[in-house]
Structures are given as C-alpha cells and as structure tokens.
Write a protein that binds this ligand. Structure first.
Ligand code: TXA
Ligand code: MG
Length: 320
C-alpha cells in the first residue's frame, strides 16, 4: 500500500474520503468515542481489508455505522423496545445488537455469519458528514492493530496503521474517549460491553440489566483476556508508584500523568487512551506503569474494564 493520506475534516477532505470508500478502500475517521477504521459494510473486499489491516481474527464481528435510525432499519429488526432505546440514545455512544434483516445486504464478514448485527449512529459531526457523503453503511472497528490501545487522535491511528490504510480524516481529539456501550437486545436486554453511555443511564430506561457472560466482560481474573495492551506492564489500583514505575494518577497526589486531577470520570475517560500511550512511551521497553484506583460507577465502569484488560497477562490477545 502507498502512503496513508491525512485528510482535513473539511468538505474537500470528506469528499475524498467518500471517494476512497466508494472504491472499497479504507478510511479512518473520528467518532465521539474513538477513531474507527471504516470500510463499505456491503463489500466483502472492503471488510476483508479491515480485518487484514488490523490483523483482527475473523470470528470477531464489526459494528455497522449509519447516519440515523431510519438508515439502521434497513439492516436490523427493531421492536418497540429497540425503537425506544434508539430514540433515547442515538446519535451517541451506544451500539445495539439486534436481529439481522435477511435482506440487509451486508457482507457476511461484518457479522461473522451471525444472525445478529451490531449497529450504531455516531454523534460526531465529521462521522455524520462522512456517512452522508458516502451514502452507505460503514463497518468500523477501532482504528488500531488488534489487541492494542484504541486511538483517540489521528496521530494515534497513524502510529499503528500508517501504510496499511488509504487515509485518515483528522477531526482532532475524541470527546468521550472510550468505545460505545454495547447493549444486546436479542432476548432480555444485556450489557455486552460497558462504554460511553453509563449503565446507570441505560438502567434508568430499561430497569436492571443482565451482565453478559461474553469474554469482553470477564468476572474472574483467570478469564481476563489481553486487549488495549501497552508495551509496558500495568499494575492497577496502586496507591502509590514503586521506584521505576511511571505513575498514572486520578484525583489528588503525585503522578507523572493524571487522568483527572479533580477526579472527574468524564475527563478521565477522554484522557484514558492518550495517557496510556504517553505512559507507555515514558516507561520505555520493558517498563512498568502503576495506575490509581478508579471508582466503579458512571464512566468508571468502562475505564476499569479497559484497564483490567490492559493489565491482563499477555498471550491471550483478545480480538478487537
Ligand atoms: O465506539 C465504538 O464502538 C468504536 C467506534 C469506532 O464506533 N468501535 C468499536 O469497534 O469499538 P470494535 O470492533 O473495536 O468493537 C466491536 C465489538 C466487538 O467486541 C464485537 O465482538 C462486538 O462489538 N460485536 C459486533 N457484532 C456483534 C454481534 N452481532 N453480537 C455481539 N457482539 C458483537
Ligand atoms: Mg477495538
């Protein structure tokens, strides 16, 4: 592949990105959560290119991005509950897993041949403009090599994927900073992945939610699968740094980097992946990072989920 183009998030850059996507090429683009690696979700070639660029295992299905609920109805079946959840949270950082329509026309690679589909309407204005300019559904996993830290800036995308994708649309830093919450609506509603919409907000609409037995949500340390892995080793819930460790703080206290000096979970989520990368650079090869405890509520659930997998034993690389 040739050099990866960096495109400004202006009409000309968006038109160029849509042209590349129309030719089954890959474009990384900003969403409010993280940068996605977009390809035409109807094209086997484009979707195969996504798996190849990320070195992502093919059994791990992708999220389909559309500009609005009406567009989503072409790909998934919405019952009254799904309609209500979509009306409440779209556009926004929530992905719904719904029954796949038989006439959806998506590449079977997107859904890994399942009869369900994960679908999301991003709120980011550049993602919205791109989806409308392209005029079709975009399959888009996070724009990072599989198993590594997700990108929240165009420079992060280039660090991992330069030369492997046609272009990145630069829309600046992502405001939410952790991936979308994934809600399964195939039977009783189930939380499949904590993310940018808090469990509290979902439960206010749906009542108590079942937690999924999905390996994305390990409930015992032995089940942890490595993902979001920096090169350095990671120690969690650390009250202070040991000698030689790079300290990633939260709230008051001495730290090399601080997710949120005022202990604000929204700010901490927005800083998480960038600061994990910075800490990794500071620690260097074979280095160690210690991270302060983060409260397990609101966006803290999504932060802790990502941190547990960043700290998990390597080797069991999870797909994503
Ligand atoms: O915020 C986000 O969701 C970002 C941005 C780019 O939209 N995307 C993202 O995609 O995080 P990815 O591929 O890194 O994570 C997608 C997750 C995977 O864990 C996958 O297993 C799950 O969605 N998934 C996709 N289709 C599914 C399905 N039919 N049933 C259950 N899980 C599904
Ligand atoms: Mg990912």
């Amino acid at each position: 592949m040739n050099k990866t183009e960096t495109l400004d998030a202006l009409p000309e850059g968006i038109a160029r990105a849509a042209q590349i996507l129309g030719a089954q090429g890959l474009v990384a683009f900003p969403t409010e959560t993280v940068y996605g690696l977009g390809g035409d979700a109807r094209s086997d070639l484009a979707v195969a290119r996504i798996f190849d660029a990320k070195a992502r295992p093919r059994f791990n299905p992708l999220i389909v991005h559309v500009p609005d609920l009406n567009a989503a109805r072409a790909f998934a079946l919405f019952d009254a509950q799904a309609e209500a959840v979509a009306a409440a949270f779209w556009p926004g950082p929530l992905t719904l897993v719904l029954p796949l329509r038989v006439d959806a026309g998506l590449s079977p690679l997107v859904t890994a041949d399942l009869d369900s589909v994960a679908i999301r309407v991003p709120a980011h204005p550049v993602a919205q403009a791109l989806l409308r300019a392209f005029g079709g559904p975009l399959a888009a996993p996070s724009a990072n090599p599989s198993g590594r830290v997700s990108p929240t800036r165009a420079a992060h995308v280039l660090e991992g994927l330069t030369g492997r994708i046609a272009a990145v649309l630069d829309g600046g830093a992502c405001a939410v900073g952790v991936e979308s919450t994934i809600l399964g609506l195939l039977g009783a509603p189930a939380l499949l992945r904590p993310g940018g919409v808090s469990l509290e907000r979902l439960e206010a609409l749906l009542g108590p939610l079942a937690m999924s037995g999905n390996p994305e949500r390990p409930n015992a340390p032995g089940q942890l699968e490595s993902h979001y892995a920096p090169a350095a080793s990671v120690r969690l819930n650390a009250e202070t740094a040991n000698p030689g460790e790079v300290r990633l703080g939260f709230g008051a206290g001495v730290a090399d980097l601080n997710l949120s000096p005022s202990a604000d979970l929204i700010e901490a989520a927005a800083n998480l992946f960038h600061m994990l990368r910075e800490a990794d650079h500071l620690a260097g090869q074979g280095g160690r990072i210690s991270i302060a405890a983060i409260p397990e509520n609101g966006l803290g659930r999504a932060i802790n989920d990502r941190l547990r997998r960043a700290a998990a034993p390597r080797g069991l690389i999870h797909a994503g």
